[in-house]
Design a protein around this ligand. Structure first.
Ligand code: SF4
Length: 211
């Protein structure tokens, strides 16, 4: 049974019927995302793969299994977090989503973020990082470095699927999930002090050091 709020359910219904970009033509199922409507942590990946397309659920393949392990490594369950992607329909042959497709789908993602209002947004992989915080960021350079804008902290990470191809990234992801745990603990205790080590000129965003 869904715990999503009515408005979120409405948006998810729209996604299931959406034809705003070419990806609707080849999908089996659109994959809006799932999790509690009031989740403190939201994960945003790149797009559905074959398993996700078949089941209509996010992160249900091998990468999803690893994501569950990563969550358990810091004492969280999959059902504690909201999980979605920057595009809700599977790109054919798992190609990268095109900019036009990401832009067409972005209003859905922004509505999900607005309604769920998470404290921490985990951007999984460079396409999700680019979509959430800008094209100048990448997983390789900014993974594990939280970026706070307003009340939401975005934590860039490698996509769990990357660790399936490069085993060395497994440790990197485990390490970055420890940073996620620190962010969550800080959120719970409402600690006011966060050391700011860099500030991007021209924006209100601040890069914060947690390690
Ligand atoms: S990817 Fe997004 S914009 Fe494109 S058809 Fe699917 S739901 Fe609509």
């Amino acid at each position: 049974m869904s715990s999503l709020s009515g408005e979120l359910q409405l948006i998810h219904s729209e996604i299931l019927e959406c034809t705003k970009c070419e990806l609707h033509k080849s999908r089996t199922n659109a994959v809006p995302g799932e999790g509690p409507y009031d989740a403190k942590i939201m994960f945003v990946g790149e797009g559905p793969g074959q398993n996700e397309d078949e089941q209509g659920r996010p992160f249900v393949g091998a990468a999803g299994k690893f994501l569950t392990e990563l969550l358990e490594s810091i004492g969280l369950k999959r059902s504690d977090v909201f999980i979605t992607n920057i595009v809700k329909c599977r790109p054919p042959n798992n190609r990268a989503p095109r900019k036009s497709e990401i832009e067409a789908c972005n209003p859905y993602l922004q509505s999900q973020i607005r309604l769920i209002n998470p404290r921490i947004l985990c951007a999984l992989g460079t396409p999700a990082i680019n979509t959430l915080i800008g094209d100048e960021y990448s997983a390789s350079r900014f993974h594990g470095k939280p970026l706070t804008k307003g009340e939401i902290t975005t934590l860039p990470m490698y996509h769990p699927a990357a660790a399936l191809y490069d085993a060395s990234l497994k440790e990197t992801l485990l390490h970055d999930f420890k940073i996620l745990k620190q962010l969550l603990d800080k959120e719970k205790t409402h600690s006011p002090s966060t050391p700011k080590i860099a500030e991007r000129s021209g924006t209100k965003q601040t890069l914060e050091k947690w390690v």
